[in-house]
Write a protein that binds this ligand. Structure first.
Ligand code: SAM
Length: 214
């Protein structure tokens, strides 16, 4: 029912980029500053759930925050050097989490909450990734996704800064909301980050629900 995934050549390029960047990823002050603002917005949208999957967990920003709030977290990232950073941070913080380096290892699993932050940025079409995330969510469960905001000048500044290394695709929030509906997901709420001002924030975060019975 939710068959599509991001095309492998795009994924391979993104993974190579993040494996290359992992060594300096957490040292970038700009990324850390924006990252904190995004996390604050995301925390406002957290729904009740026991098990959560952080899809594209990177160095663990969201996954660790979820674990600290009592979710049983599975953290997946195909860039093994990014996943290693997350694993090491969780170890130092004494947080028990599952770390998954390959999508295939999630095949039979479904989660009450799936978070996917800073991943959609790299995919020209949102629908394949939204279907993929929906397929990992239990009916009635929740998805929390982010995208660069095409209505924000900062969203375009991010696109320009990132594009020499990796093309980034800002999205109009209303269009993303409609794309989610088109793949059968129910949009519940929206927040903006950096700044937390609708509709000017650089990042838009959407809370979605996979309808029960689908
Ligand atoms: C900008 S980082 C964000 C990391 C983390 N989610 C956060 O918010 O701090 C993007 C991460 O997404 C991962 N990623 C990109 N495309 C992906 C895909 N199709 N499936 C899973 N992970 C992906 C990358 O390997 C990278 O670690």
């Amino acid at each position: 029912m939710w068959p599509l995934r991001p095309r492998p050549p795009e994924l391979a390029r993104v993974v190579a980029h993040y494996n290359h960047r992992a060594r300096v990823y957490d040292r970038n002050l700009f990324t850390r500053f924006i990252g904190r603002a995004e996390l604050q917005a995301l925390l406002q949208l957290l729904p009740p759930a026991d098990q959560a999957l952080d899809y594209g967990c990177g160095s663990g920003r969201v996954a660790l925050a979820l674990a600290q709030r009592g979710y049983q977290v599975t953290a997946y990232d195909p860039a093994e050097r990014m996943l290693a950073l997350a694993r090491e941070k969780a170890r130092r913080a004494g947080l028990a989490m599952q770390f998954v380096p390959q999508r295939a290892l999630l095949a039979s699993q479904r989660f009450q909450l799936v978070t996917c932050v800073g991943v959609l940025d790299y995919y020209p079409s949102a629908a394949p990734l939204l279907r993929e995330l929906a397929g990992l969510t239990v009916p009635g469960g929740y998805l929390l996704i982010s995208a660069p905001n095409a209505l924000s000048p900062l969203g375009h500044a991010y696109r320009l800064l990132a594009s020499p290394q990796l093309p980034v695709h800002p999205r109009v929030p209303q269009a993303l909301w409609q794309e989610a509906q088109a793949v059968g997901l129910r949009p519940l709420a929206c927040r903006y980050a950096f700044p937390a001002l609708p509709p000017a924030g650089m990042t838009v975060l959407l809370l979605l629900q996979r309808p029960a019975g689908r």
